[in-house]
Design a binder for this molecule. Structure first.
Ligand SMILES: *Cc1c(COP(=O)(O)O)cnc(C)c1O
Length: 424
C-alpha cells in the first residue's frame, strides 16, 4: 500500500510506515495513493463481518501484510457485532457500541493496536494521544497489556463525563492518563507539538493513536459495508448516511467505503454547536469559533483534524462539496431529538440523537436513512437519565471500572512540562 502526505505529496510511505509514524512531515496526514474500485460488492455483502472485512482490508492494504497475518489482525480486532436497528419508517440505526468500551472507537482502536503490533520495528513505542472522550478509552483498552508499548492519553480536565473518565483512567500498567487544565483543542495541540519535536520523537518512539492514524480509518470502512449488508437491495438503492462528527474520521471512512464502490447516495455531516464544517459548507468560509462544551462532548471539536482528508477525497473523486449534506443541533435541540427517538421506541444518547434528527430533517421521499450510533446510552448516563426522566442500569463493562480509583496525573497546558513527563 502506498500513501502520501497530503501537505507534502513528495513524502511517500507504505502501510507499515504510515501506521508507525501516524503523521507525516509538517503534521501532514497520510492518505492512500490509490483506492481500488471493488467489482464484487454484492458478493462481499453476502459474507459475515470478519470474512468480508478481511477482504476489504486486503484490497486496501495490498500484499504488504501477508494474508494470514492480516486475517488474524481483523479477527482479533473485530470481536463484536455492529447490528442495524429499525428506528422509524425508512430510518435505521447502525449500532457501533457493542465493543469493550461501548463506543465505535473500539473498531479503529483495536485494529490499530493489532496493526502496530504487527508492523512495529525494534525499540520502544510510546502512544501519545488526545481524547475528547471515547478515543482514550478505546485506545487504552486496545493496547492494555501489550508488551513494550507505553500509552499516554491527554484529556481536558472536567470536560469528559465522570464515567468515561473511569473507563480509561483506572487501568494502570502500561496506560498513563493525564488531565490537562484546558480544552480538547489544546490537548490536541500539545500532541501535535510533541510530534514536531524530533528529539522527543526519537527518544521515546512516539506514535499517535487518535483518528489521524490511517489504520483506524481503514478499519472503520468495514462497518459501512456491514450496515449495507443488513439492509435489503431496495433500501440500498437510495441510501443516505448521517454521521455524528467531531474530528471527521468516521465520515472520512464512510467516504472511502463509497469510493470503494459501496452504494451510498450521499452523506450528511451532523455536528453539535461546534459547527465549523456545516457553516463552511454553507458559506465557503472556514471560520472555527472557540470550542464550546455540549451534551455530545465527543464532538466538541472546532478544528476537525481529518477535514483535509475529506477534501482530498472529494477532489480526487471529482465530487462537489455541495453534495455533502450537513446540519448542526444545539443542546436544546439535541434534547428534543433524544426525546423524539425515545417516543419512537428507541433509546439513544446525544451523539446518535443529533445524527438521527439531522437525517430525519433532510431525508427525501424514496430514500432510506441510516444514522450512526457511536456510543452506548449508558456512557452518557447522567444526561440521558435527566433528559428522559428514566433510570439506566450500568452495563457490566462500565460498572467494573466505576468502582476503581482514578489514576490520572494532572498537568497545565504547557509543552515543557509534558515533555519532561514523557521523558521521565
Ligand atoms: C469520537 C466520537 C464521535 C466523532 O467521531 P469523529 O470520527 O471524530 O468525527 C462521535 N460520537 C462519539 C460517541 C465519539 O466518541
Amino acid at each position: 500500500m502506498n500513501l502520501y502526505n497530503i501537505k507534502h505529496p513528495e513524502q511517500q510511505v507504505n502501510f507499515a510506515q504510515a501506521v508507525r509514524q501516524g503523521l507525516g512531515k509538517d503534521q501532514g496526514l497520510f492518505f492512500p495513493a490509490t483506492i481500488p474500485q471493488l467489482s464484487n460488492i454484492d458478493e462481499l455483502l453476502a459474507l459475515p463481518l470478519v470474512e468480508r472485512s478481511q477482504k476489504i482490508l486486503a484490497a486496501l492494504i495490498g500484499d504488504e501484510i501477508p494474508a494470514d497475518k492480516l486475517n488474524a489482525m481483523v479477527k482479533n480486532a473485530f470481536t463484536f457485532p455492529a447490528p442495524v436497528a429499525k428506528v422509524a419508517e425508512n430510518i435505521y440505526a447502525l449500532e457501533l457500541f457493542h465493543g469493550p468500551t461501548l463506543a465505535f472507537k473500539d473498531f479503529g482502536g483495536r485494529f490499530m493496536a493489532q496493526a502496530l503490533a504487527t508492523v512495529r520495528g525494534d525499540g520502544k513505542i510510546t502512544i501519545l494521544t488526545a481524547t475528547s472522550g471515547d478515543t482514550g478509552a478505546a485506545v487504552a483498552h486496545a493496547f492494555y497489556g501489550l508488551e513494550n508499548i507505553e500509552v499516554v492519553i491527554l484529556y481536558p480536565k472536567g470536560k469528559i463525563s465522570p464515567l468515561q473518565e473511569k473507563l480509561f483512567c483506572t487501568l494502570g500498567g502500561n496506560i498513563r492518563t493525564v488531565a490537562i487544565n484546558a480544552d480538547f483543542d489544546a490537548c490536541q495541540a500539545l500532541v501535535k507539538q510533541a510530534f514536531d519535536d524530533e528529539e522527543l520523537r526519537q527518544a521515546i518512539g512516539l506514535n499517535s493513536a487518535n483518528s489521524i492514524n490511517i489504520s483506524r480509518l481503514l478499519a472503520q470502512v468495514c462497518y459501512y459495508f456491514e450496515a449495507a449488508a443488513q439492509l435489503n437491495t431496495e433500501q440500498r438503492q437510495n441510501l443516505v448516511v448521517s454521521v455524528p462528527s467531531g474530528n471527521f474520521g468516521n465520515l472520512t471512512a464512510g467516504l472511502i467505503a463509497k469510493t470503494l464502490g459501496l452504494p451510498i447516495k450521499r452523506f450528511i455531516a451532523s455536528t453539535n454547536a461546534n459547527d465549523t464544517v456545516p457553516r463552511y459548507l454553507q458559506t465557503g468560509e472556514w471560520q472555527p469559533n472557540a470550542t464550546v462544551a455540549t451534551l455530545s462532548n465527543a464532538m466538541d471539536v472546532s478544528r476537525p483534524n481529518n477535514w483535509p482528508r475529506v477534501e482530498e477525497l472529494f477532489k480526487r473523486n471529482g465530487w462537489q462539496l455541495s453534495e455533502l449534506g450537513s446540519g448542526a443541533l444545539n443542546d436544546a435541540e439535541t434534547e428534543i431529538a433524544l426525546k423524539a427517538q425515545y417516543a419512537q421506541g428507541y433509546l439513544c444518547e446525544p451523539h446518535g440523537a443529533i445524527a438521527y434528527q439531522v437525517l430525519k430533517d433532510q431525508l427525501q421521499t424514496g430514500e432510506t436513512g441510516l444514522f450512526l450510533c457511536t456510543a452506548h446510552p449508558a456512557k452518557f448516563k447522567e444526561s440521558v437519565e435527566r433528559i428522559l426522566g428514566i433510570e439506566l442500569p450500568l452495563p457490566d463493562a462500565l460498572d467494573k471500572h466505576n468502582k476503581l480509583p482514578l489514576l490520572s496525573d494532572e498537568m497545565d497546558n504547557d509543552f515543557a512540562t509534558l515533555k519532561a513527563y514523557l521523558l521521565k
